[in-house]
Design a protein around this ligand. Sequence first.
Ligand code: ADP
Length: 164
Amino acid sequence: MRTIAVYPGSFDPPTVGHLDIIDRSSRVYSRVIVAVARNIRKNVWFTPAERMAMLRKLTRTYTNVEIDSFRGLLVDYARDKGAHVVMRGLRAISDFEYEFQMAHMNKKLASEVDTVFMMTGERYSYISSNIVKEIASFGGKIDDLVPPLVKKEVLKKIEKRRKA
Ligand code: ADP
């Protein structure tokens, strides 16, 4: 069976933790759609186009991974794409409550779509996009947290924000 999985998130910016989930999902599902959320209330640094461009470069070598974006309800997007799986990563117990609520709500909205959780890679459990932005804005090293091309974009953004 060809199963399509959607991996949604803000990816602001993509981290090595996200890439680990993408890599592992690409071995499990025949097609993985990484979907950048356009309507997020979080403090975002990168436009959807910038986040998608970074993800595209980072996943160039995967033939079954594609990058897209969505607005509105995730389950409507998943349905539209013919995806029966929503992929999420779990880092800590603190992720659990929100994810639990979302998974149940999404199941209620679209019973044919299942949420599948992948446990974070051991080395990545403490990494989040917010931590990356916080450390970088105080001049800390983010080399182990993001790929080199993302590091470059984060530093550029900090420079721009400083000048603004
Ligand atoms: P964040 O929560 O860091 O702002 P996103 O909203 O972009 O990140 O997260 C998208 C998905 O990726 C979520 O399911 C989140 O739990 C997962 N994720 C984020 N960082 C990691 C990580 N370091 N390891 C595993 N999964 C992660």
